[in-house]
Each structure stands twice: as C-alpha cells, then as structure tokens.
Design a protein around this ligand. Structure first.
Ligand SMILES: [Zn+2]
Ligand SMILES: [Zn+2]
Length: 102
C-alpha cells in the first residue's frame, strides 16, 4: 500500500492506512476497490481504473453452476410481455460466470 500523493509506504492504523510522510489517509474499505493497471508495453503509459461493481445486489444463496461458489450478483429484467415472469440474471461473485433463472 503506497501513498497516492507522495508515493511513500503507508502503514495500517486501525481501519485505515496513514502515510508517514504527508499524513494522507485511506480507509481500508475504499482501498482495493479501485484497481489501477499500468501498461508501459509500447512506450505509452495507459492507466485503467477498474471500478468494482457495487450497484448489483448480492444473492448469497445462488450457487454458481460453474465453480459452485455460493454468492452471485443478480439483476432482474422484465421481458417484453408483462404476463411473463421477470428473468433473474446472475453473475458469479467468484469467477464472473453469468447465467439466468426464470
Ligand atoms: Zn504521502
Ligand atoms: Zn463461479
């Protein structure tokens, strides 16, 4: 864990990381949610920020048919005709496999 402001090593204090050099604080909850991928392969520096999906609710009873992990994010989608039941789309929390349930 390095300080995003000055680049110094941060030390964990309680539920956050504190930079000993500039005093910058990062909570442990928010740390790790944003992933930076730096690719210097072709001379250009590309920084991608991957945000963790938090908008979709988690169904801890859903079991992934692929890796058998218990816990998947789900999304309800209404089909075109109103008398058909809505479809539940799952995304495995562990491997990212997607499947649906009627
Ligand atoms: Zn710092
Ligand atoms: Zn899975």
């Amino acid at each position: 864990m390095f300080c995003e402001k000055c680049g110094s090593l941060m030390s964990p204090v309680g539920d956050k990381y504190i930079c000993g050099t500039c005093g910058h604080e990062v909570s442990k909850k928010s740390a790790g949610k944003t992933e930076k991928i730096v690719n210097k392969g072709n001379g250009k520096e590309v920084i991608m920020i991957k945000e963790e999906k938090s908008a979709e609710p988690l169904d801890s009873d859903a079991v992934c048919p692929k890796c058998h992990h218990s816990g998947a994010y789900y999304l309800l989608k209404q089909t075109r005709s109103a008398d058909e039941p809505e479809t539940k789309f799952y995304t495995c929390e562990s491997c990212g496999y997607r499947w649906r349930e009627y």
